[in-house]
Design a protein around this ligand. Structure first.
Ligand code: ATP
Ligand code: PLP
Ligand code: MG
Ligand code: NA
Ligand code: MG
Length: 295
């Protein structure tokens, strides 16, 4: 149909590099979405560099921007709201109130929540954000994309096996999330692959295994969630497959580029920035999902 898909994306902005909004906007635009951006922070570069400078948007400043949009009747344009990294309790609470308001006015609005809190057993946002995600945002999320650690934080379930991941998904669906995708799980039994596990309220389940690339990327979670939103209308399984295949292509290109730039040494943060522009074709037309990729 001809209805324009229009995303309001509330995430970080970096001047240089590809995380948050600078990782999400280009892919969503390539996939046919209009994208409006609210920058929760604006930093020179992501926090994995030796240093970073910039500003953090306060909840009151978010309110000002939303009131400007509201005054011009621009809020009714949105078909999707996407949220990623948010660094303060008051900002996240404001986001919750706003998404509720928007859903009240448009029951078809799709809210995509990447509950960015941490990775590998470490939280990198203030502790008081966890109850806001757990007790409020999960309830209204149409699509929730925690990494494995975030799924553990949200449910209290320690995820060591695929069965644990299934239980975590069931728990989050029970809390009100409509679809949950745990983006990567590393099992002790398999050194070479990661798995994605997903489920939705209709009882559909997806399990995809994909090769692990030996490099430390930044912005992958933000890119993945944007791609998943972009393909969402094709159903849970197809959207997960397409997002994963684009990820694989982007990450391979990024790794090859990084190794070239770093002449085989461990790449710097700058050398391993996601190569999105050069991956335009792989975003528009993801390589077909190989069964070899799905053990
Ligand atoms: P990040 O680690 O960037 O914060 P995240 O923890 O939110 O992201 P992950 O599950 O780590 O989410 O990564 C999101 C997606 O990125 C995965 O589903 C996968 O497609 C891809 N990905 C990330 N790292 C790797 C890797 N080392 N090898 C292969 N794919 C990867
Ligand atoms: N946003 C900002 C400002 C960051 O500095 C970072 C990581 O360093 C991210 C987002 C993280 O993105 P991701 O979790 O997708 O790697
Ligand atoms: Mg991760
Ligand atoms: Na994620
Ligand atoms: Mg993440």
């Amino acid at each position: 149909d001809s209805r324009q898909r229009h995303v309001l994306s509330i995430q970080s902005h970096v001047v240089h590099g590809r995380v948050g909004n600078t990782a999400a906007a280009f892919p969503l635009q390539l996939l046919g979405y209009e994208v409006d951006l609210i920058n929760s922070v604006q930093l020179s570069n992501h926090t994995g560099y030796p240093t970073f400078k910039g500003q953090v948007l306060e909840a009151a400043e978010l309110d000002v921007l939303l009131s400007g949009l509201r005054s011009n009747s621009l809020l009714s344009n949105y078909t999707h709201i996407l949220t990623g990294y948010i660094g303060s309790y008051s900002f996240l609470s404001k986001v919750y109130d706003f998404v509720r308001e928007m859903k009240g006015k448009n029951p078809n609005l799709i809210y995509v929540c990447d509950p960015v809190m941490g990775d590998n057993g470490q939280m990198y946002v203030p502790n008081d954000l966890l109850p806001v995600y757990r007790e409020r945002l999960v309830q209204i999320a149409d699509l929730l994309t925690p990494n494995c650690y975030e799924a553990e934080l949200l449910t209290g379930i320690s995820i060591k096996t695929e069965n644990d991941a299934q239980m975590a998904i069931e728990a989050l669906l029970k809390e009100g999330a409509k679809t949950v995708v745990i983006t990567s799980i590393e099992l002790n039994t398999d050194d070479n692959n990661l798995i994605l596990i997903a489920g939705n309220r209709e009882g559909e389940k997806v399990r995809l295994s994909y090769p692990k690339i030996r490099a430390q990327f930044t912005g992958t979670g933000d890119l993945f969630t944007a791609l998943l939103l972009g393909w969402n209308e094709h159903g849970l399984k197809v959207s997960c497959e397409k997002a994963l295949m684009t990820m694989q292509a982007v990450l391979k290109r990024t790794q090859e580029n990084a190794l070239r730039l770093s002449e085989g040494k461990v790449p710097s943060a700058e050398h391993i920035e996601l190569q999105l522009v050069r991956s335009k074709g792989d975003i528009e037309s993801p390589p077909p999902f190989h069964s070899s990729c799905n053990h």
